[in-house]
Design a protein around this ligand. Structure first.
Ligand SMILES: *[C@@H]1O[C@H](CO)[C@@H](O)[C@H](O)[C@H]1NC(C)=O
Ligand SMILES: *[C@@H]1O[C@H](CO)[C@@H](O)[C@H](O)[C@H]1NC(C)=O
Length: 480
């Protein structure tokens, strides 16, 4: 009996770990062959390549730096670009929260000493930082759906709590907000100067880091942040699927994907040896160390330039870090081949994409509310959306990543609307499943809204398996 209980406990623990590791194993997504036209993955470039700095072979340290997304001064961005006879009519923004403290502690070591209070004399800094703190401290409880109204509106612990947003995270989103405000409000006048609360749609998961990230972005974005005009809805699911979360086939894909990950890990003897060495340093069983997800903590050390943890038996070092990251890269290569994650993603991302096109269609019909929508979310939200759109060559969502859906109206043919998709400032519209062949078939410079609508309502299920044409059937299909 005792043995059996222990076995069940271990099973549960293994399942939990698999889930946690899934959310942290996607540090960069590598090209996946296109779903239907079978284009070779070799011919597809990864999104966000920078010909000046991109190293010729995958470099785990370079990838980790991109992931940290340390705020720099100049950022190139392609948001808000269209031929002059197009008018911007709606923008929807899906973000990952900014830089945060680790979610797990490495056993028997001191947690990294990072200060999560916001201070003007600390880097990185943003000119709106003090005004942000000042404004947040006067926050209004009526601006939030429960349970968000009980949460702190900005990070404030001298030793960060687990998962807390850092100053870097706040600055990343102040910067995102300011960049988008300059483009969408100053240049394109998306909101009138006397905008009303129902022109914004704001939604966040119930974590302080997502709520605070959303607030920082909005504070950077709006010229007049007025608490009376702000209302954040609470989203209980990281997939933003509320009301449509029940989908057994999606869970089956996820279980198979986790099993694939587990088997691949067992095959990597260098990885096992590395975990073994690290476990010796902290003097705990290897299983326990792996369970603490050391790469998450090590990334925090790395992004904040704090040396890796040590004990009297030695230190974690860059070689350990590189081995774990290289394994993640191998893992993604295999994941792309097996396509189980694509199945999970198509079903997991459908509800939020459905909500996105629904809002676009209402605007296209002439409605004027919810012209700007912000969803403040997690890596496990953005990854499936990217993959479902066909952007699996995009990198894993870095801190403060942003995915944007723009809707444009053709002034010359006002009934025609077009979409643009941007990931971290890069126009990826013509990499998506629904518009990758557009140039071959049409001379229009922009991707028609109908393409995205047809994809979300029907084609995404056909991509998954040709017998289902709607969400309900695809979620309840037998024998995956
Ligand atoms: C990282 O820390 C080291 C030692 O504390 C310091 O010499 C170096 O300049 C720091 N690097 C950055 C980018 O801040
Ligand atoms: C898709 O959106 C429509 C319109 O808002 C809604 O009625 C429907 O329930 C949604 N379906 C799914 C599966 O999210």
């Amino acid at each position: 009996m005792l043995f059996r209980n222990r076995f069940l406990l271990l099973l549960a623990l293994a399942a939990l770990l698999a889930f946690l590791s899934l959310s942290l194993q996607f540090f960069h997504l590598i090209p996946m062959s296109a779903a239907r036209n079978g284009a070779s993955s070799k011919s597809r470039k990864r999104i966000m390549p920078d010909p000046v700095t991109e190293p010729p072979v995958t470099d785990p340290v370079y990838e980790a730096l991109l992931y940290c997304n340390i705020p720099r001064v100049a950022e190139r961005s392609m948001e808000g670009h269209a031929p002059h006879h197009f008018k911007l009519v709606s923008v929807q923004v899906l973000i990952r929260h900014g830089d945060r403290y680790p979610l797990y502690a490495i056993p028997k070591t001191k947690r990294p000493e990072i200060d999560c209070t916001l201070m003007a004399n600390r880097k990185p800094y943003h000119p709106k930082l003090e005004a942000f703190v000042n404004h947040m401290s006067k926050g209004s409880g009526s601006s939030f759906e429960s349970p968000l109204n009980s949460m702190p509106l900005y990070p404030n612990h001298a030793l960060c709590e687990m998962g807390e947003l850092t100053q870097t995270g706040v600055v990343q989103h102040l910067q995102n907000g300011q960049l988008l405000g300059d483009i969408y409000l100053k240049k394109h006048k998306l909101l009138p100067s006397d905008w009303s609360p129902d022109q914004l749609y704001l939604e966040t998961t119930g974590r302080s880091r997502t709520l605070q990230s959303g607030l920082a972005l909005l504070y950077g974005f709006l010229p007049d942040f007025d608490w009376k005009k702000i209302y954040f809805r609470h989203q209980p699911s990281v997939l933003f699927c509320s009301g449509n979360c029940y989908c057994p086939v999606r869970n089956q894909y996820l279980e198979k994907e986790q099993r694939r990950q587990y088997l691949l890990r067992l095959k990597n003897s260098q990885l096992e040896q590395t975990y073994g060495e690290m476990a010796k340093i902290v003097n705990v069983p290897t299983k326990l160390l792996r369970a603490a997800n050391p790469i998450d903590s090590m990334l925090c050390h790395f992004c904040h330039n704090v040396s890796f943890p040590c004990t009297s038996s030695g230190c974690f070092d860059m070689e350990h870090f590189k081995v774990i990251k290289m394994h993640q890269i191998e893992d993604e290569k295999e994941r792309r081949k097996k396509r189980l994650y694509l199945g999970y993603s198509l079903l997991g991302a459908h509800p939020i994409l459905n909500q996105t096109i629904d809002r676009m269609q209402r605007i296209a019909e002439g409605r004027k509310d919810e012209v700007f929508a912000l969803y403040s979310a997690h890596d496990v939200t953005l990854s499936p959306v990217l993959s479902a759109l066909g952007l699996s060559e995009a990198r894993f969502p870095r801190f403060a990543a942003r995915l944007i859906f723009e809707l444009w109206q053709d002034r010359e043919k006002p009934s025609e609307h077009s979409v643009r998709i941007l990931y971290n400032g890069v126009d990826v519209t013509f990499h998506t499943f629904f518009c990758q062949d557009h140039h071959k078939r049409s001379s229009k410079p922009m991707c028609p809204l109908e393409n995205l609508v047809r994809f979300v309502k029907r084609d995404m299920f056909v991509t998954l398996d040709s017998s289902s044409t709607n969400y309900h059937d695809a979620c309840h299909r037998e024998g995956v």
